[in-house]
Design a protein around this ligand. Structure first.
Ligand code: WTA
Length: 646
């Protein structure tokens, strides 16, 4: 590789010393940040919460409205199936929208929705409530009941929020599938969830083009999704689509028809709110389940403390609602907090590479929460695009999705934050539901470290026997206690839930699947995944998923896929492919293999490089040793190869 690699580890002692010296630099919060902060003393907050985490979360739960209070804060009797706020009744919808109808928040803007075409739409909390109520009424008419599943396949637009909230209101379970997934990936997720209703739009905007989405739904449903009774379609880009009589309905038409007030279901705290599919180490995605009660407490407390939300904040999280970041920190978190959020459909560097900064300036965004891959993409354009804009409204920055390399951190801090805005590097996962290792605005920062566990969270870095590793040494990141927003199970697969998260490392701890080290000051440095999951532009993609997509091509016997460091995307996928007899390597074949992966998984699964090989390194039991492929590819030590067959 000729390009300077941003995420690569230092190779020589001199490089390592330089890195360590830079790492020592502490970025202290300004007086202004300290004065404004809700939590003034980070260490004290952590110590207090750790003394009695249940009391800490109970106090946090009291900030929200419940229909009936809990009898027990945490029931661990069925570990690892924990119940937070046992005996309580409520619904996240009361807290996200309903309670605001009685206060001044009702007339505040909930979402400023923009897209790359420059179209703009605003919705107040009152208007959003009305829309959700109408949609919930329409869903009821279509026969949707408590516990039923709804798959959502939409662009980043207010209708996503409306659909998710209407489901919550009725006690139905939403399963949002990122609109970059292919019809096959979508089909698998609809089938697994057994969804009754699918909500989509005619099209989606991407880099100046409108892409048909409804066709993808039609193809997915045509291929064996017998549970689907209705498809609800948002009118958006005006793509020419076919509406199937009896099955398909226009979102606006059915919403208009529903008039009366719909009752919000009073639910048990442990009733599921959503399923969100995420990649694991096998080709089959995992349906992570989150509940109403614990989830809302965890999300509400973390967004308020970490982003220190104030009434007049204009908050922008650039993620997509199709990922957990969107669920927790575009939809539920900001709404519970009653702030104004930006929702943006499109890519941030289109139509021009300063579009993101133009949106910040025009809307006077105060908090910008984004991903390292986006920061690195912006870095490539240099300082001129942000310098064209007045970014003085910003007071806090955030980062999520992958480790932010110190160079990108410093650029973000200096050029965007103008050394005024602390960066909240938040480590968490689809499974954790909320921030787990992250600073608060008053935290002294180190470039590239997510700092320390959030108050109430006990984390540790251990070896494969579950023993703590020495200071500065890498190991597996585990969580020792439970927390309210944690996943409750994997959809219809409690066995896989137990095996994946609770049985990998002795001791009965939650295994995150990430590698980290803790420095002499107790700061956590996340280093990436320990398992066969890649992190491409902040998206989790299993190597097994891509291998299985490649193996479905007529020319392929078998494939091994690894993640390689990439200067912008963090990681990129490289495939080693064994061809069937009668097929020869060619550029056309490479194109065709890439297309196959795209067809099976969708445009987010890009295979950067493909090599043809005669053999793959395997264990005696026949498992591909991706570790060996990776070591060879990157010129790293091979490590323990005693299980290698040949
Ligand atoms: C990685 C996204 C380092 C990590 C919220 C984790 C991070 C996976 C960070 C979860 C961060 C996320 N620093 N690594 N701040 N945030 N990750 O489920 O490997 O899409 O396990 O959730 O992303 O990805 P997921």
């Amino acid at each position: 590789m000729t390009e300077q690699n941003a995420t690569q580890s230092p190779k020589t002692d001199q490089e390592l010393t330089e890195v360590l010296l830079k790492e020592e630099k502490i970025y202290n919060p300004s007086e202004e940040v300290k004065q404004k902060a809700t939590v003034k003393n980070w260490e004290e907050a952590q110590a207090q919460a750790l003394e009695n985490p249940e009391a800490f979360w109970e106090e946090a739960a009291k900030e929200l409205e419940w229909e009936k209070p809990w009898k027990k804060v945490l029931d661990e009797s069925k570990k690892p199936f924990f119940t937070w706020f046992k005996g309580a009744k409520g619904n996240i919808f009361f807290n996200a929208l309903e309670r605001h109808q009685k206060t001044a928040v009702k007339n505040k803007i909930a979402y400023i929705a923009e897209n790359e075409r420059g179209e703009k739409r605003t919705l107040t909390y009152g208007e959003l409530y009305q829309e959700v109520n109408k949609l919930a009424g329409a869903f009821q008419k279509l026969g949707l009941k408590k516990g039923d599943r709804v798959t959502v396949y939409l662009p980043n637009m207010p209708e996503v929020a409306m659909t998710m909230l209407a489901c919550a209101k009725l006690g139905a379970i939403h399963s949002v599938v990122y609109a970059g997934f292919s019809f096959m990936a979508l089909r698998d997720r609809i089938q697994d969830a057994g969804s009754k209703i699918v909500v989509t739009s005619d099209g989606i905007l991407r880099r100046g083009k409108a892409i048909n989405l409804k066709d993808t739904i039609d193809k997915a449903v045509a291929e064996g999704c017998p549970s689907v009774q209705h498809v609800v379609v948002v009118r958006h880009t005006g793509e020419k689509i076919e509406m199937k009589e009896g099955r398909d309905h226009w979102f606006d038409e059915i919403s208009q028809a529903a008039k009366e007030e719909v009752k919000t279901e009073v639910l048990k705290t442990s009733d599921p709110l959503f399923i969100l599919y995420t990649s694991g180490t096998t080709a089959k995605p995992k349906g992570v389940v989150h509940d109403h009660g614990g989830y809302m407490v965890g999300v509400n407390r973390t967004i308020k403390w970490v982003f220190d939300l104030k009434e007049d904040d204009i908050y922008w999280c650039t993620a997509d609602p199709g990922w957990i970041t969107g669920h927790s920190y575009i939809i539920y978190g900001p709404l519970m907090a009653g702030v104004t959020s930006i929702m943006y459909e499109g890519v941030p560097d289109y139509p021009q590479n300063d579009h993101i900064w133009e949106i910040v300036e025009r809307n006077k965004v105060t908090i910008l929460y984004t991903a390292p891959t986006l920061v690195r993409m912006m870095m490539k354009y240099g300082e001129e695009p942000p310098k064209k804009h007045d970014l003085s409204s910003l007071r806090l920055l955030g980062s999520v999705g992958e480790p932010i390399n110190p160079e990108a951190w410093r650029w973000f801090h200096q050029v965007i934050g103008q050394e005024r805005c602390p960066i909240m590097d938040t480590w968490w996962q689809t499974e954790t539901g909320m921030f787990m290792v992250c600073p608060l605005p008053v935290t002294p920062l180190k470039a590239g470290s997510a700092t320390k566990p959030f108050p109430g969270i006990k984390a540790a870095v251990v070896d494969k026997e579950g023993k703590p590793v020495p200071v500065g040494k890498g190991g597996f990141l585990i969580i020792e206690n439970s927390w309210p927003a944690m996943l409750t199970t994997l959809w219809q697969n409690p066995k896989r839930y137990k095996e994946t998260y609770w049985e990998k490392i002795p001791g009965g701890y939650y295994t995150t699947g990430d590698v980290a080290r803790i420095d002499q000051d107790g700061y956590y440095w996340l280093q990436g995944r320990a398992d066969d999951v890649m992190n491409i532009s902040g998206h989790r993609i299993g190597t097994a998923e891509i291998e299985s997509a490649l193996a479905s091509h007529e020319a392929v016997v078998e494939a091994g896929v690894i993640g390689k460091p990439h200067p912008v995307k963090g990681e990129s996928a490289k495939a080693f492919v064994i061809l069937k007899q009668g097929f020869a390597p060619s550029d056309e074949l490479i194109d065709s293999l890439r297309k196959q992966v795209r067809t099976v998984l969708g445009p987010i699964a890009i295979v950067e490089e493909i090599s043809f090989v005669d053999k793959l390194p395997k264990t005696r039991s026949g498992k591909i040793m991706r570790r060996v492929l990776k070591a060879q590819e990157l010129g790293l030590p091979l490590g323990d190869i005693s299980t290698l067959e040949d």
